[in-house]
Design a binder for this molecule. Structure first.
Ligand code: NAD
Length: 471
Protein backbone atom coordinates (compact mmCIF):
# COMPACT_ATOMS: atom_id res chain seq x y z
CA UNK A 1 0.00 0.00 0.00
CA UNK A 2 1.34 3.38 -1.00
CA UNK A 3 0.98 6.53 1.02
CA UNK A 4 1.45 9.80 -0.81
CA UNK A 5 1.98 12.41 1.86
CA UNK A 6 3.80 15.18 0.03
CA UNK A 7 2.73 18.04 -2.17
CA UNK A 8 5.14 20.20 -4.18
CA UNK A 9 5.71 23.84 -3.30
CA UNK A 10 8.57 26.17 -4.23
CA UNK A 11 10.83 23.47 -5.67
CA UNK A 12 10.41 21.04 -2.79
CA UNK A 13 8.36 18.02 -1.82
CA UNK A 14 6.70 19.17 1.36
CA UNK A 15 4.23 17.74 3.89
CA UNK A 16 0.88 19.46 3.56
CA UNK A 17 -0.72 21.15 6.53
CA UNK A 18 -3.98 19.43 5.66
CA UNK A 19 -4.75 16.39 7.81
CA UNK A 20 -7.35 14.59 5.70
CA UNK A 21 -6.50 11.35 3.91
CA UNK A 22 -8.24 10.13 0.77
CA UNK A 23 -8.26 6.44 -0.19
CA UNK A 24 -6.97 5.43 -3.61
CA UNK A 25 -9.11 2.55 -4.88
CA UNK A 26 -8.41 0.29 -7.86
CA UNK A 27 -11.19 0.65 -10.45
CA UNK A 28 -10.42 -2.88 -11.65
CA UNK A 29 -10.79 -4.67 -8.28
CA UNK A 30 -12.07 -2.03 -5.85
CA UNK A 31 -9.20 -2.93 -3.54
CA UNK A 32 -7.40 -0.14 -1.72
CA UNK A 33 -4.18 0.78 -3.53
CA UNK A 34 -3.05 3.45 -1.12
CA UNK A 35 -3.92 6.81 0.32
CA UNK A 36 -3.09 10.44 -0.26
CA UNK A 37 -2.76 13.21 2.31
CA UNK A 38 -4.71 16.19 1.03
CA UNK A 39 -3.61 19.79 1.03
CA UNK A 40 -5.80 22.50 2.53
CA UNK A 41 -6.50 26.18 1.95
CA UNK A 42 -3.25 27.29 3.59
CA UNK A 43 -1.20 24.87 1.47
CA UNK A 44 -2.85 26.34 -1.61
CA UNK A 45 -2.08 29.89 -0.46
CA UNK A 46 1.55 28.90 0.07
CA UNK A 47 1.74 27.39 -3.41
CA UNK A 48 0.23 30.54 -4.94
CA UNK A 49 2.69 32.74 -3.02
CA UNK A 50 5.62 30.67 -4.34
CA UNK A 51 4.32 30.93 -7.91
CA UNK A 52 3.83 34.68 -7.50
CA UNK A 53 7.42 35.16 -6.35
CA UNK A 54 8.78 32.94 -9.14
CA UNK A 55 6.81 34.86 -11.77
CA UNK A 56 8.95 37.96 -11.18
CA UNK A 57 11.98 36.35 -12.79
CA UNK A 58 10.41 33.56 -14.84
CA UNK A 59 8.36 36.05 -16.84
CA UNK A 60 11.64 37.59 -17.97
CA UNK A 61 13.29 34.37 -19.18
CA UNK A 62 14.31 34.16 -22.81
CA UNK A 63 12.72 31.92 -25.41
CA UNK A 64 15.92 29.85 -25.49
CA UNK A 65 15.76 29.27 -21.74
CA UNK A 66 12.11 28.23 -21.86
CA UNK A 67 12.77 25.84 -24.74
CA UNK A 68 15.54 24.27 -22.68
CA UNK A 69 13.23 23.82 -19.67
CA UNK A 70 10.61 22.19 -21.87
CA UNK A 71 13.21 19.86 -23.33
CA UNK A 72 14.44 18.93 -19.85
CA UNK A 73 10.92 18.06 -18.70
CA UNK A 74 10.26 16.03 -21.81
CA UNK A 75 13.50 14.08 -21.36
CA UNK A 76 12.78 13.22 -17.74
CA UNK A 77 9.22 12.11 -18.56
CA UNK A 78 10.37 10.02 -21.53
CA UNK A 79 12.75 8.03 -19.31
CA UNK A 80 9.83 6.75 -17.24
CA UNK A 81 7.53 5.77 -20.09
CA UNK A 82 6.62 2.35 -18.65
CA UNK A 83 5.89 3.78 -15.19
CA UNK A 84 3.54 6.37 -16.69
CA UNK A 85 1.61 3.78 -18.64
CA UNK A 86 1.47 1.32 -15.73
CA UNK A 87 0.20 3.84 -13.19
CA UNK A 88 -2.50 5.10 -15.54
CA UNK A 89 -3.69 1.53 -16.08
CA UNK A 90 -3.59 0.71 -12.36
CA UNK A 91 -4.92 3.87 -10.77
CA UNK A 92 -7.35 5.09 -13.41
CA UNK A 93 -8.26 1.92 -15.29
CA UNK A 94 -7.20 3.28 -18.69
CA UNK A 95 -6.67 0.43 -21.12
CA UNK A 96 -3.11 -0.40 -22.10
CA UNK A 97 -3.90 0.76 -25.64
CA UNK A 98 -5.35 4.07 -24.50
CA UNK A 99 -2.74 4.71 -21.81
CA UNK A 100 0.06 4.15 -24.33
CA UNK A 101 -1.47 6.56 -26.83
CA UNK A 102 -2.12 9.01 -24.04
CA UNK A 103 1.55 8.87 -23.00
CA UNK A 104 2.68 9.57 -26.58
CA UNK A 105 0.35 12.58 -26.80
CA UNK A 106 1.66 13.80 -23.46
CA UNK A 107 5.25 13.79 -24.73
CA UNK A 108 4.20 15.57 -27.90
CA UNK A 109 2.75 18.46 -25.84
CA UNK A 110 6.29 19.57 -25.20
CA UNK A 111 7.19 19.40 -28.91
CA UNK A 112 4.16 21.55 -29.69
CA UNK A 113 5.08 24.14 -27.05
CA UNK A 114 8.68 24.25 -28.38
CA UNK A 115 7.39 24.49 -31.93
CA UNK A 116 5.20 27.46 -30.94
CA UNK A 117 8.15 29.21 -29.33
CA UNK A 118 10.16 28.73 -32.51
CA UNK A 119 7.79 30.80 -34.64
CA UNK A 120 5.56 32.86 -32.36
CA UNK A 121 6.27 36.55 -32.29
CA UNK A 122 5.81 38.03 -28.80
CA UNK A 123 6.16 41.54 -30.24
CA UNK A 124 3.93 42.60 -33.11
CA UNK A 125 3.01 45.73 -34.98
CA UNK A 126 -0.69 46.53 -35.05
CA UNK A 127 -1.80 49.77 -36.64
CA UNK A 128 0.93 52.25 -35.82
CA UNK A 129 1.74 50.62 -32.51
CA UNK A 130 3.98 48.02 -31.00
CA UNK A 131 2.02 45.27 -29.28
CA UNK A 132 3.81 43.22 -26.65
CA UNK A 133 2.32 39.86 -25.74
CA UNK A 134 3.18 39.62 -22.06
CA UNK A 135 2.88 36.60 -19.73
CA UNK A 136 -0.39 36.86 -17.84
CA UNK A 137 0.85 35.89 -14.35
CA UNK A 138 0.21 32.95 -12.05
CA UNK A 139 -2.00 30.35 -13.69
CA UNK A 140 -4.27 28.02 -11.72
CA UNK A 141 -4.59 24.66 -13.44
CA UNK A 142 -7.55 22.54 -12.28
CA UNK A 143 -8.05 19.18 -13.97
CA UNK A 144 -10.12 15.97 -13.87
CA UNK A 145 -9.10 12.33 -13.60
CA UNK A 146 -9.67 11.10 -17.12
CA UNK A 147 -6.27 12.01 -18.57
CA UNK A 148 -4.61 13.61 -15.60
CA UNK A 149 -0.97 13.73 -16.66
CA UNK A 150 -1.93 14.53 -20.25
CA UNK A 151 -3.70 17.67 -19.00
CA UNK A 152 -0.81 18.64 -16.71
CA UNK A 153 1.60 18.30 -19.64
CA UNK A 154 -0.45 20.27 -22.16
CA UNK A 155 -1.43 23.08 -19.81
CA UNK A 156 1.90 23.44 -17.99
CA UNK A 157 3.93 23.33 -21.22
CA UNK A 158 1.82 26.21 -22.59
CA UNK A 159 2.17 28.15 -19.34
CA UNK A 160 5.96 27.72 -19.42
CA UNK A 161 6.09 28.69 -23.11
CA UNK A 162 4.22 31.88 -22.24
CA UNK A 163 6.51 32.69 -19.30
CA UNK A 164 3.85 32.04 -16.66
CA UNK A 165 4.14 30.17 -13.39
CA UNK A 166 1.56 27.70 -12.18
CA UNK A 167 -0.32 26.10 -9.31
CA UNK A 168 -1.77 22.75 -10.32
CA UNK A 169 -4.68 20.97 -8.65
CA UNK A 170 -5.21 17.51 -10.08
CA UNK A 171 -8.06 15.22 -9.07
CA UNK A 172 -7.46 13.62 -5.68
CA UNK A 173 -8.18 10.29 -7.41
CA UNK A 174 -5.05 10.70 -9.56
CA UNK A 175 -2.51 11.03 -6.73
CA UNK A 176 -0.15 8.25 -7.88
CA UNK A 177 -0.09 9.59 -11.43
CA UNK A 178 0.52 13.07 -10.02
CA UNK A 179 3.37 11.82 -7.83
CA UNK A 180 5.14 10.37 -10.87
CA UNK A 181 4.91 13.48 -13.05
CA UNK A 182 5.95 15.65 -10.09
CA UNK A 183 9.13 13.58 -9.70
CA UNK A 184 9.91 14.14 -13.41
CA UNK A 185 9.18 17.86 -13.23
CA UNK A 186 11.38 18.12 -10.14
CA UNK A 187 14.22 16.35 -11.94
CA UNK A 188 13.95 18.79 -14.87
CA UNK A 189 15.47 21.51 -12.66
CA UNK A 190 13.16 24.46 -13.26
CA UNK A 191 13.57 27.51 -11.04
CA UNK A 192 11.82 27.21 -7.67
CA UNK A 193 8.13 28.06 -7.64
CA UNK A 194 7.58 27.90 -11.41
CA UNK A 195 5.25 24.97 -10.91
CA UNK A 196 3.55 23.93 -7.65
CA UNK A 197 1.26 20.96 -7.23
CA UNK A 198 -1.33 20.62 -4.47
CA UNK A 199 -3.34 17.43 -4.05
CA UNK A 200 -6.70 18.22 -2.56
CA UNK A 201 -10.44 18.51 -2.92
CA UNK A 202 -12.15 20.77 -5.42
CA UNK A 203 -14.19 22.66 -2.86
CA UNK A 204 -11.06 23.38 -0.79
CA UNK A 205 -7.96 23.63 -3.00
CA UNK A 206 -9.86 24.33 -6.24
CA UNK A 207 -12.02 26.95 -4.53
CA UNK A 208 -8.98 28.78 -3.12
CA UNK A 209 -7.39 28.88 -6.59
CA UNK A 210 -10.67 30.24 -8.01
CA UNK A 211 -10.92 33.11 -5.52
CA UNK A 212 -7.30 33.99 -4.73
CA UNK A 213 -6.47 37.45 -6.11
CA UNK A 214 -2.92 36.40 -6.99
CA UNK A 215 -4.13 33.93 -9.61
CA UNK A 216 -4.40 35.77 -12.94
CA UNK A 217 -5.89 33.01 -15.01
CA UNK A 218 -7.51 29.62 -14.59
CA UNK A 219 -7.18 26.83 -17.07
CA UNK A 220 -9.86 24.32 -16.12
CA UNK A 221 -10.84 21.01 -17.62
CA UNK A 222 -13.82 19.26 -16.09
CA UNK A 223 -17.58 19.23 -15.92
CA UNK A 224 -19.77 22.08 -17.10
CA UNK A 225 -21.29 22.42 -13.61
CA UNK A 226 -17.94 22.94 -11.88
CA UNK A 227 -16.79 25.17 -14.76
CA UNK A 228 -19.71 27.50 -14.00
CA UNK A 229 -18.84 27.60 -10.27
CA UNK A 230 -15.23 28.47 -11.09
CA UNK A 231 -16.18 31.14 -13.64
CA UNK A 232 -18.54 32.83 -11.17
CA UNK A 233 -15.86 32.92 -8.48
CA UNK A 234 -13.14 34.00 -10.91
CA UNK A 235 -15.01 37.04 -12.16
CA UNK A 236 -14.74 38.66 -8.71
CA UNK A 237 -11.04 39.28 -9.37
CA UNK A 238 -11.38 39.38 -13.17
CA UNK A 239 -9.35 36.25 -13.72
CA UNK A 240 -9.10 35.12 -17.29
CA UNK A 241 -10.61 31.68 -17.70
CA UNK A 242 -10.17 28.89 -20.19
CA UNK A 243 -12.85 26.28 -19.58
CA UNK A 244 -12.74 22.91 -21.31
CA UNK A 245 -16.03 21.30 -20.34
CA UNK A 246 -18.40 18.52 -21.28
CA UNK A 247 -19.76 17.32 -24.59
CA UNK A 248 -22.47 15.29 -26.30
CA UNK A 249 -20.77 14.95 -29.65
CA UNK A 250 -22.76 14.01 -32.75
CA UNK A 251 -21.37 11.51 -35.22
CA UNK A 252 -23.10 11.95 -38.59
CA UNK A 253 -22.90 9.02 -40.95
CA UNK A 254 -23.94 10.40 -44.35
CA UNK A 255 -25.71 8.02 -46.73
CA UNK A 256 -22.71 7.84 -49.08
CA UNK A 257 -20.29 6.75 -46.32
CA UNK A 258 -18.57 3.39 -46.32
CA UNK A 259 -20.58 1.93 -43.43
CA UNK A 260 -18.18 -0.96 -42.96
CA UNK A 261 -15.55 1.59 -41.90
CA UNK A 262 -17.74 4.31 -40.40
CA UNK A 263 -19.62 2.11 -37.91
CA UNK A 264 -16.53 0.48 -36.34
CA UNK A 265 -15.03 3.97 -36.09
CA UNK A 266 -18.23 5.18 -34.42
CA UNK A 267 -17.87 2.48 -31.76
CA UNK A 268 -14.28 3.56 -31.10
CA UNK A 269 -15.36 7.23 -30.95
CA UNK A 270 -18.08 6.39 -28.43
CA UNK A 271 -16.11 4.05 -26.17
CA UNK A 272 -12.64 5.62 -26.22
CA UNK A 273 -11.17 6.00 -22.75
CA UNK A 274 -13.85 3.59 -21.44
CA UNK A 275 -16.45 6.12 -22.55
CA UNK A 276 -15.00 8.71 -20.18
CA UNK A 277 -14.02 11.21 -22.86
CA UNK A 278 -15.36 14.72 -23.26
CA UNK A 279 -14.96 14.29 -27.03
CA UNK A 280 -16.72 10.91 -27.19
CA UNK A 281 -19.09 10.62 -30.16
CA UNK A 282 -22.12 9.59 -28.11
CA UNK A 283 -24.91 10.48 -30.55
CA UNK A 284 -24.72 8.37 -33.70
CA UNK A 285 -26.83 9.94 -36.46
CA UNK A 286 -27.69 7.49 -39.23
CA UNK A 287 -30.02 7.62 -42.28
CA UNK A 288 -33.41 6.22 -41.30
CA UNK A 289 -33.56 3.85 -44.28
CA UNK A 290 -30.17 2.34 -43.36
CA UNK A 291 -30.96 1.57 -39.70
CA UNK A 292 -31.18 -2.22 -40.19
CA UNK A 293 -27.72 -2.25 -41.77
CA UNK A 294 -26.34 -0.16 -38.89
CA UNK A 295 -27.90 -2.48 -36.30
CA UNK A 296 -26.40 -5.54 -38.00
CA UNK A 297 -22.92 -3.97 -38.12
CA UNK A 298 -23.08 -2.89 -34.47
CA UNK A 299 -24.16 -6.33 -33.26
CA UNK A 300 -21.27 -7.85 -35.21
CA UNK A 301 -18.68 -5.39 -33.84
CA UNK A 302 -19.66 -5.31 -30.16
CA UNK A 303 -18.60 -8.89 -29.31
CA UNK A 304 -15.11 -7.95 -30.55
CA UNK A 305 -15.06 -4.87 -28.32
CA UNK A 306 -13.45 -6.64 -25.39
CA UNK A 307 -14.34 -5.41 -21.91
CA UNK A 308 -11.97 -6.46 -19.18
CA UNK A 309 -8.77 -5.96 -17.28
CA UNK A 310 -7.18 -2.79 -18.64
CA UNK A 311 -3.75 -4.44 -18.42
CA UNK A 312 -4.60 -6.87 -21.21
CA UNK A 313 -3.41 -5.82 -24.64
CA UNK A 314 -6.69 -6.76 -26.30
CA UNK A 315 -8.98 -4.90 -23.88
CA UNK A 316 -10.89 -2.11 -25.60
CA UNK A 317 -13.05 -1.01 -22.66
CA UNK A 318 -11.79 -1.02 -19.09
CA UNK A 319 -13.55 -0.14 -15.83
CA UNK A 320 -15.07 3.20 -14.95
CA UNK A 321 -12.94 5.27 -12.62
CA UNK A 322 -15.02 4.86 -9.46
CA UNK A 323 -18.10 3.19 -8.01
CA UNK A 324 -19.79 6.60 -8.17
CA UNK A 325 -19.10 6.85 -11.91
CA UNK A 326 -20.33 3.26 -12.43
CA UNK A 327 -23.57 4.08 -10.61
CA UNK A 328 -24.01 7.25 -12.64
CA UNK A 329 -23.74 5.26 -15.86
CA UNK A 330 -26.17 2.59 -14.59
CA UNK A 331 -28.59 5.34 -13.68
CA UNK A 332 -28.44 6.74 -17.22
CA UNK A 333 -29.00 3.30 -18.75
CA UNK A 334 -32.12 3.00 -16.58
CA UNK A 335 -33.23 6.49 -17.66
CA UNK A 336 -32.84 5.40 -21.31
CA UNK A 337 -35.00 2.34 -20.69
CA UNK A 338 -37.62 4.41 -18.85
CA UNK A 339 -37.67 6.96 -21.67
CA UNK A 340 -38.60 4.20 -24.11
CA UNK A 341 -35.30 3.76 -25.91
CA UNK A 342 -34.46 0.18 -26.87
CA UNK A 343 -31.30 -1.61 -25.89
CA UNK A 344 -29.57 -3.11 -28.93
CA UNK A 345 -26.57 -4.42 -26.97
CA UNK A 346 -25.36 -4.15 -23.38
CA UNK A 347 -27.71 -2.86 -20.70
CA UNK A 348 -27.74 -2.75 -16.94
CA UNK A 349 -25.27 -4.59 -14.69
CA UNK A 350 -21.73 -5.84 -15.00
CA UNK A 351 -20.39 -8.19 -17.67
CA UNK A 352 -20.04 -11.78 -16.44
CA UNK A 353 -16.81 -12.45 -14.55
CA UNK A 354 -16.09 -8.75 -13.99
CA UNK A 355 -18.21 -8.24 -10.88
CA UNK A 356 -15.40 -6.90 -8.68
CA UNK A 357 -14.49 -3.82 -10.71
CA UNK A 358 -16.48 -0.85 -12.01
CA UNK A 359 -17.17 -2.46 -15.38
CA UNK A 360 -20.22 -1.36 -17.35
CA UNK A 361 -21.51 -3.22 -20.39
CA UNK A 362 -20.83 -1.35 -23.64
CA UNK A 363 -24.37 -0.27 -24.39
CA UNK A 364 -26.04 0.85 -27.59
CA UNK A 365 -29.54 2.32 -27.55
CA UNK A 366 -31.73 2.52 -30.64
CA UNK A 367 -35.11 4.25 -31.02
CA UNK A 368 -33.60 7.30 -29.38
CA UNK A 369 -34.90 10.76 -30.14
CA UNK A 370 -32.80 13.82 -29.57
CA UNK A 371 -35.03 15.15 -26.78
CA UNK A 372 -34.40 12.18 -24.48
CA UNK A 373 -32.05 12.74 -21.56
CA UNK A 374 -29.70 10.03 -22.83
CA UNK A 375 -29.30 12.14 -25.99
CA UNK A 376 -28.94 15.47 -24.22
CA UNK A 377 -26.87 14.83 -21.08
CA UNK A 378 -23.26 13.79 -20.81
CA UNK A 379 -23.17 10.23 -19.43
CA UNK A 380 -19.37 9.74 -19.37
CA UNK A 381 -19.44 5.99 -19.83
CA UNK A 382 -19.72 3.46 -22.69
CA UNK A 383 -23.25 4.33 -23.76
CA UNK A 384 -24.09 5.17 -27.37
CA UNK A 385 -27.41 6.51 -28.64
CA UNK A 386 -28.40 5.84 -32.25
CA UNK A 387 -30.68 8.53 -33.70
CA UNK A 388 -32.11 8.38 -37.22
CA UNK A 389 -32.54 11.25 -39.68
CA UNK A 390 -34.33 11.58 -43.02
CA UNK A 391 -32.34 14.30 -44.79
CA UNK A 392 -28.91 15.89 -44.55
CA UNK A 393 -30.54 19.09 -43.30
CA UNK A 394 -32.26 17.19 -40.53
CA UNK A 395 -28.98 15.51 -39.56
CA UNK A 396 -27.33 18.93 -39.20
CA UNK A 397 -30.29 20.23 -37.21
CA UNK A 398 -30.18 17.29 -34.78
CA UNK A 399 -26.39 17.55 -34.47
CA UNK A 400 -26.66 21.22 -33.49
CA UNK A 401 -29.66 20.73 -31.20
CA UNK A 402 -27.59 20.42 -28.03
CA UNK A 403 -26.32 22.70 -25.30
CA UNK A 404 -22.81 21.38 -26.01
CA UNK A 405 -20.43 21.92 -28.93
CA UNK A 406 -17.04 20.40 -28.26
CA UNK A 407 -16.51 17.98 -31.13
CA UNK A 408 -18.39 16.36 -34.01
CA UNK A 409 -17.66 13.52 -36.44
CA UNK A 410 -18.73 13.14 -40.06
CA UNK A 411 -18.33 10.16 -42.38
CA UNK A 412 -18.84 10.48 -46.13
CA UNK A 413 -17.16 9.19 -49.27
CA UNK A 414 -17.45 12.67 -50.76
CA UNK A 415 -14.96 15.02 -49.17
CA UNK A 416 -16.61 18.17 -50.53
CA UNK A 417 -19.96 17.12 -49.09
CA UNK A 418 -18.41 16.27 -45.72
CA UNK A 419 -16.68 19.65 -45.69
CA UNK A 420 -19.95 21.44 -46.48
CA UNK A 421 -21.73 19.63 -43.65
CA UNK A 422 -18.80 20.21 -41.25
CA UNK A 423 -18.99 23.95 -41.93
CA UNK A 424 -22.57 23.96 -40.62
CA UNK A 425 -21.84 22.15 -37.35
CA UNK A 426 -21.48 24.23 -34.18
CA UNK A 427 -18.52 22.52 -32.57
CA UNK A 428 -14.92 23.45 -31.76
CA UNK A 429 -13.57 20.51 -33.75
CA UNK A 430 -15.12 18.46 -36.54
CA UNK A 431 -13.45 15.18 -37.44
CA UNK A 432 -13.93 14.06 -41.02
CA UNK A 433 -13.65 10.33 -41.75
CA UNK A 434 -11.48 9.59 -38.73
CA UNK A 435 -10.37 10.45 -35.23
CA UNK A 436 -7.28 12.61 -35.06
CA UNK A 437 -5.56 15.29 -33.05
CA UNK A 438 -3.76 18.33 -34.42
CA UNK A 439 -1.77 19.90 -31.56
CA UNK A 440 -1.31 23.13 -33.50
CA UNK A 441 -5.05 23.59 -34.16
CA UNK A 442 -7.35 25.08 -31.52
CA UNK A 443 -9.28 22.77 -29.19
CA UNK A 444 -12.28 23.83 -27.16
CA UNK A 445 -16.00 24.15 -27.19
CA UNK A 446 -18.90 26.16 -28.54
CA UNK A 447 -21.78 26.90 -26.16
CA UNK A 448 -21.70 25.11 -22.79
CA UNK A 449 -18.68 23.02 -23.78
CA UNK A 450 -16.54 25.86 -22.59
CA UNK A 451 -14.86 29.21 -23.01
CA UNK A 452 -11.65 29.76 -24.95
CA UNK A 453 -9.32 27.41 -26.74
CA UNK A 454 -6.21 25.38 -25.99
CA UNK A 455 -3.35 24.36 -28.31
CA UNK A 456 -1.58 26.26 -31.06
CA UNK A 457 -1.29 30.02 -31.26
CA UNK A 458 -4.79 30.64 -29.92
CA UNK A 459 -4.04 28.40 -26.92
CA UNK A 460 -0.76 30.19 -26.22
CA UNK A 461 -2.36 33.62 -26.45
CA UNK A 462 -4.80 32.63 -23.70
CA UNK A 463 -1.77 32.84 -21.36
CA UNK A 464 -0.69 36.26 -22.65
CA UNK A 465 -1.94 39.82 -22.18
CA UNK A 466 -1.55 42.15 -25.16
CA UNK A 467 -0.04 45.52 -24.31
CA UNK A 468 -0.06 48.26 -26.97
CA UNK A 469 2.64 50.95 -26.88
CA UNK A 470 1.13 53.97 -28.58
CA UNK A 471 3.74 56.43 -29.75
P1 NAD B 1 -15.26 17.74 -12.16
O1 NAD B 1 -15.73 18.96 -12.83
O2 NAD B 1 -16.07 17.14 -11.10
O3 NAD B 1 -13.82 17.98 -11.52
C1 NAD B 1 -12.76 18.53 -12.25
C2 NAD B 1 -11.77 19.18 -11.29
O4 NAD B 1 -12.41 20.30 -10.65
C3 NAD B 1 -11.30 18.25 -10.18
O5 NAD B 1 -9.93 18.48 -9.92
C4 NAD B 1 -12.16 18.70 -9.00
O6 NAD B 1 -11.57 18.42 -7.74
C5 NAD B 1 -12.25 20.19 -9.24
N1 NAD B 1 -13.37 20.84 -8.56
C6 NAD B 1 -14.53 20.28 -8.12
N2 NAD B 1 -15.29 21.20 -7.51
C7 NAD B 1 -14.62 22.36 -7.54
C8 NAD B 1 -14.89 23.69 -7.08
N3 NAD B 1 -16.02 23.98 -6.43
N4 NAD B 1 -13.98 24.65 -7.29
C9 NAD B 1 -12.84 24.38 -7.97
N5 NAD B 1 -12.51 23.15 -8.42
C10 NAD B 1 -13.40 22.15 -8.23
O7 NAD B 1 -14.99 16.72 -13.35
P2 NAD B 1 -14.57 15.20 -13.26
O8 NAD B 1 -15.75 14.41 -12.80
O9 NAD B 1 -13.29 15.10 -12.51
O10 NAD B 1 -14.28 14.92 -14.82
C11 NAD B 1 -15.27 14.64 -15.75
C12 NAD B 1 -15.73 15.88 -16.49
O11 NAD B 1 -14.64 16.52 -17.15
C13 NAD B 1 -16.72 15.57 -17.60
O12 NAD B 1 -17.80 16.46 -17.57
C14 NAD B 1 -15.92 15.77 -18.88
O13 NAD B 1 -16.64 16.09 -20.02
C15 NAD B 1 -14.99 16.85 -18.49
N6 NAD B 1 -13.81 16.84 -19.37
C16 NAD B 1 -13.67 17.85 -20.30
C17 NAD B 1 -12.60 17.83 -21.19
C18 NAD B 1 -12.40 18.91 -22.23
O14 NAD B 1 -11.29 19.08 -22.68
N7 NAD B 1 -13.41 19.64 -22.62
C19 NAD B 1 -11.66 16.82 -21.10
C20 NAD B 1 -11.83 15.83 -20.15
C21 NAD B 1 -12.91 15.86 -19.27
Amino acid sequence: MKTIDKIYINGEFTTPQGKQYFDLISPTTNEKLGQVLLGNEQDTKNAIAAAKEAFKSFSKTTITERIQYLKNIQASIEKRREDFIDVMVEEYGGTLQFSTTSFDYMLKSFDSAINLLNFYSFTKTMGESEVQMTPIGVVGIIIPWNSSNGFIASKLSTAIAAGCTAVIKPSEMSAQQTQLITECLHEAGLPKGVFNIVNGLGEIVGAEISRNPDIAKISFTGSTNVGKIIAKEAVETMKRVTLELGGKSPNIILDDADFSKAIPLAIIAAYMNNGQACIAGTRLLVPENRLEEVKKLITEIIPNTIVGNPKNKTTAVGPLVSVKQYERVQNYIQIGIDEGAEILTGGLGKPEGLEKGNFAKPTVFINVNNQMRIAREEIFGPVLSVITYKTEEEAIEIANDTTYGLQAYISSSNEKRAHKVASQINAGRVQINGIGHDPMAPFGGFKQSGIGREFGTIGLEAYLEPKALIR
